[in-house]
Design a protein around this ligand. Structure first.
Ligand SMILES: Cc1ncc(COP(=O)(O)O)c(C=O)c1O
Length: 421
């Protein structure tokens, strides 16, 4: 069976055009695109009446549990261009012990659900976006791709390019977790370590576009990654019986996920599959790199570059986002907010969820838990609410605190002091 399980000739395709996220200017469907003429991200638009006639919520239930189950809402046309490594539907894992501990005495605990994106190929949610970006690149005749990354996106691009037989070049800050650098290389990309941040890497990729003609797959400069990330919202709605949660906590860097989910909810409402209710979209950033939090607090539409960005949650160390206005729009329209968490709070949350519930989050995922407890304490989220925390990568990819007590064979073990104390 083909990865995408489709056997009926061309995939059903309902893309009508793309449009600039800021000005609404229209662009032709099924062409290679970068940013709009206004320098802003392009959004893919569909004939949603056509989708409604072609597909029902009920028909979905019989399909395999992969993101390609939403193919009518995706842009790929020809089945042979689908590049897949097995994009499973990720589980929603409740944190019942923590929810009970955090709820006021005598009250029914709220519901904390972790959408665990670490189960995807390459161990992160970047697989969703890059599965679509690389499939579309293949469909549109691209042979060489390049991107700046904090690690996970580069790994996913390398893997999907290898799968598709495309060449790839990846540029990351020189303090990117070592495992990311090595997995990128193992998966066939040429990887470069740059003594700067992700936006400095982005400048090199943009220069290379002119110098050597590769396709620039930077976050939101390429329009199809959002379509892949959109499936997080489609999946979440379906998993919760088409009833969206009260709030979504999302670790925000470039913001593709938050923009993608917000787009998914609008498309689902237009299809009549969900009602008007939306979750409060909550942007979570690290205190050492919080441009969106500042812009939200300032009531601004755009977020200036954050200088001296630092956090050990590498995925959210993004000083400036080209889709800033789209992220802020989702937060404001949803009645959500943006919040920054300190490094110590991220580290403590990381340890706590792993130790108390057995779920090893990524530091970025841990940041959402830290933000949730903060919001619970200051009343911005109620104890009885159903919230979804996004864990966007497996915790196994990150350097963890040292552990382990050494034992020497042949020496007497003091069971009470050495082992069970
Ligand atoms: C684990 C993790 N979480 C969150 C993010 C931020 O994602 P987005 O660009 O969708 O805001 C990244 C991006 O690199 C990441 O790797």
């Amino acid at each position: 069976m083909a990865d995408h399980y489709w056997t009926g000739g061309d995939l059903p395709n309902f893309v009508t055009h793309l449009e600039c996220g800021l000005t609404g200017e229209r662009y032709e469907a099924h062409r290679l695109h970068g940013l709009s003429r206004a320098g802003k991200p392009l959004l893919v638009r569909y004939d949603l009446d056509g989708v409604r006639r072609a597909l029902s919520r009920e028909a979905l239930t019989a399909r395999p549990q992969t993101l390609w189950r939403y193919r009518e809402l995706l842009p790929v046309r020809r089945p042979e261009n689908v590049v897949s490594l097995g994009e499973v539907v990720t589980p929603l894992i409740p944190l019942p012990r923590i929810a009970a501990r955090l709820s006021p005495k005598g009250q029914k605990p709220g519901e904390i659900l972790v959408k665990d994106e670490g189960r995807l190929p390459t161990g992160s949610f970047k697989a969703r976006g890059l599965a679509l970006a690389v499939s579309m690149a293949k469909e549109l005749g691209v042979t060489v791709m390049a991107m700046p990354t904090n690690g996970n996106a580069g790994s996913a691009m390398a893997a999907y390019c290898a799968r598709a037989g495309l060449k790839s070049y990846v540029f990351c800050p020189d303090d990117t977790p070592e495992v990311n650098v090595r997995e990128i290389a193992m998966q066939g990309a040429k990887v470069f370590l740059v003594d700067g941040l992700i936006d400095d890497c982005g400048k090199i990729v943009a220069e290379g576009e002119k110098a050597v003609g590769w396709f620039n797959c930077s976050t939101l400069r390429e329009p199809y990654r959002i379509e892949g990330k959109k499936t997080m919202g489609l999946e979440l709605a379906e998993q919760l019986g088409w009833e969206l949660p009260d709030a979504i906590f999302y670790p925000t860097g470039g913001g593709t996920g938050i923009i993608g989910m917000w787009k998914a909810f609008a498309e689902l409402e237009a299809l009549g599959w969900i009602g008007k209710k939306r979750p409060r979209m909550i942007v979570v950033q690290a205190a050492g790199c919080a441009p969106m939090v500042k812009a939200w607090a300032d009531g601004a539409e755009h977020a200036p570059r954050w200088e001296n960005a630092h956090t050990f949650a590498a995925g959210i160390r993004v000083p400036q986002a080209v889709g800033d206005f789209l992220i802020l729009r989702a937060v404001r329209e949803s009645g959500g907010f943006a919040v920054a968490v300190e490094e110590a709070a991220i580290a403590a949350a990381w340890q706590q969820v792993a130790g108390e519930e057995g779920l090893l989050l990524s530091p970025e995922g841990a940041a959402t838990y830290a933000a949730y407890t903060q919001a619970l304490a200051d009343g911005r989220v109620g104890a009885g609410e159903r919230v979804v925390l996004f864990n966007c990568a497996t915790g196994l990819k990150y350097p963890m605190p040292q552990a382990g007590t050494r034992l020497k064979l042949g020496e007497r073990i003091d069971w009470a002091a050495d082992i069970v104390n």
